[in-house]
Design a binder for this molecule. Structure first.
Ligand code: SAH
Ligand code: SF4
Ligand code: F3S
Length: 452
């Protein structure tokens, strides 16, 4: 009998990857994905703990699910509720105490045991938040499908950096790099199934240091991310590679050289800096300075002059003064970002910064965030406006919001929409950019003979 599975995913792309793997893992048990919680036999929330808002959202979502579950039980049907991901890892016991109607709670490193957990959940709630450092990869089935022309592939997981504001080292565990051979096999499979672009994922993806494939000349060696990218670029029909999220400390020469030499590696990099003040960077335990970040950007631009940059920023970290904040604005002006994410500092339980004195008052955080976002938005607008009139190769990967429209990405990760048949989805097509909107570009497909 077909059972219906509804997965709601929060947080970063690693959760998106995990959710896809969970669906693949449950397919042999008869679970087919559905787009809504109503009528689902298993509702799974794949959660994020990075900021307070993200974590609190889960409890309100659970409140709604509780009513749905009660209504189904009233009709004599069973509905299982599962909480997975980083909130599950951080607050497993608390979830079961606050929401006793939840049937399963499991962390990012244990979901390969889900079939067994489901069997056990038939009788009583299951909690599995152990940390067998990413052993899950050895137990997951082979990839079944690439649902879209663009796919995610986790190559590294966990983080050893311990930035003082961040929960990730606690929710994902220690850094672990998958062996290169397993990654190459998964990428081949995705490409055979229709993926034209793969984004390599890791919390700290450029800290990648996996074992080289056996039977290669460099048997037993350790590969860095740049080596892995070179190997993946040899896979037929895989036209684009990206990676995220990287740390400024781990941009090594093999990676910079890959940006110079590998045409499949897209000229776009998300390189979070968090702050432009050395004092704050030191307090955050980021282990690099603003000058080091500027120099890293210069190395990358030297290797690949058109590389577009993105970043993450935190405003209102404990002790951040006006001068510190102004140093962040200076860095933004100097570097110039194509897009960026910025957040108010959110104290996270168990992290050192949460108990630091000199917490910045909320109104100050709000005012700084507004100013930073205004500057970042202006840079994004300028970057997009500069694309108008250019022909960019766009990988279309889904239908657009309007009929007759499809959407894809430029090399610089800009979202581009154009009027075209759905049959072009999965193709990389030259597109003349005709207009820049705040978060996307509009374009017209250039006829093949003109593109040649
Ligand atoms: N591994 C990545 C980022 C992971 S979290 C890196 O090292 O950069 C994604 C972003 O969330 C971070 O870059 C940071 O800007 C933000 N973030 C993390 N913890 C936060 C907190 N406690 N408050 C506000 N923003 C936070
Ligand atoms: Fe968090 Fe820092 Fe690790 Fe990024 S590098 S995941 S911000 S601890
Ligand atoms: Fe959130 Fe966990 Fe990703 S806390 S950002 S889902 S690693």
């Amino acid at each position: 009998m077909i059972k219906r599975l509804f997965i709601k995913t929060y947080g970063c792309q690693m959760n998106v990857y995990d959710s896809a793997r969970i669906a693949e893992l449950l397919a042999p048990l008869g679970y087919a994905e559905t787009g809504q919680a109503e009528g689902a036999d298993l509702v799974l929330l794949n959660t994020c703990h990075i900021r307070e808002k993200a974590a609190e959202k889960i409890y309100s979502e659970l409140g709604a699910l509780r009513r749905l579950k009660a209504a189904r039980e009233h009709r004599g049907d069973r509905m299982l509720i599962a909480v997975a991901g980083c909130v599950a890892q951080a607050e497993g016991e608390e979830i079961l105490a606050r929401a006793p109607f939840v049937d399963l709670v499991f962390g990012p490193q244990t979901y390969h045991r889900l079939p067994d957990m489901l069997a056990r959940a038939a009788t009583r709630p299951v909690l599995d938040v152990e940390f067998p450092a990413a052993a899950k990869f050895d137990h997951l089935p082979a990839r079944r499908s690439a649902a879209r022309a663009t796919a995610f592939l986790t190559v590294q997981e966990g983080c050893d950096k311990f930035c003082t504001f961040c929960v990730v080292p606690y929710t994902r565990g220690a850094e672990y790099s998958r062996p290169a051979a397993a990654i190459i096999a998964e990428a081949r499979r995705l490409a055979e199934e229709g993926a034209r672009e793969i984004t390599l994922l890791g919390q700290n993806v450029n800290a990648y240091h996996g074992t080289a494939p056996l039977n290669g000349a460099d048997d037993g060696d350790e590969w860095r991310l740049g080596d892995l990218i070179r190997a993946l670029a040899k896979i037929p029909d895989l036209h684009r590679l990206r990676y995220t999220t990287s740390h400024p400390r781990d941009v090594d020469e093999t990676l910079v050289a890959a940006h110079r030499d590998v045409p499949q590696l897209m000229p776009f990099l998300h390189l979070p800096v968090q702050s432009g003040s050395d004092r704050i960077l030191a307090a955050m335990n980021r282990r690099h300075t603003a000058a080091h970040y500027r120099a890293t950007v210069a190395r990358l631009r030297n290797a690949r002059p058109d590389i577009a940059l993105s970043s993450d920023f935190i405003v209102g970290y404990p002790g951040e003064s006006d001068d510190d904040f102004n140093a962040t604005l200076d860095l933004v002006r100097d570097v110039g970002f194509a897009q960026a994410f910025s957040f108010k500092y959110s104290p996270r339980p168990g992290t050192p910064a949460a108990t630091a004195p000199e917490q910045v008052p909320e109104p100050v955080k709000a005012e700084r965030l507004a100013r930073l976002q205004e500057l970042l938005r202006a840079q994004q607008r300028a970057f997009n406006a500069a694309s108008v009139g250019r022909v960019l190769p766009v990988l279309f990967d889904k239908p657009g919001r309007h009929r007759g429209q499809i959407v894809g990405r430029s090399p610089y990760l800009q979202s581009v929409h154009a009027a075209a048949e759905a049959a072009r989805i999965g193709d990389i097509v030259p597109v003349m950019i005709t207009a820049a909107e705040p978060n996307s570009l509009a374009g017209a497909i250039v006829a093949r003979d003109r593109a040649a």
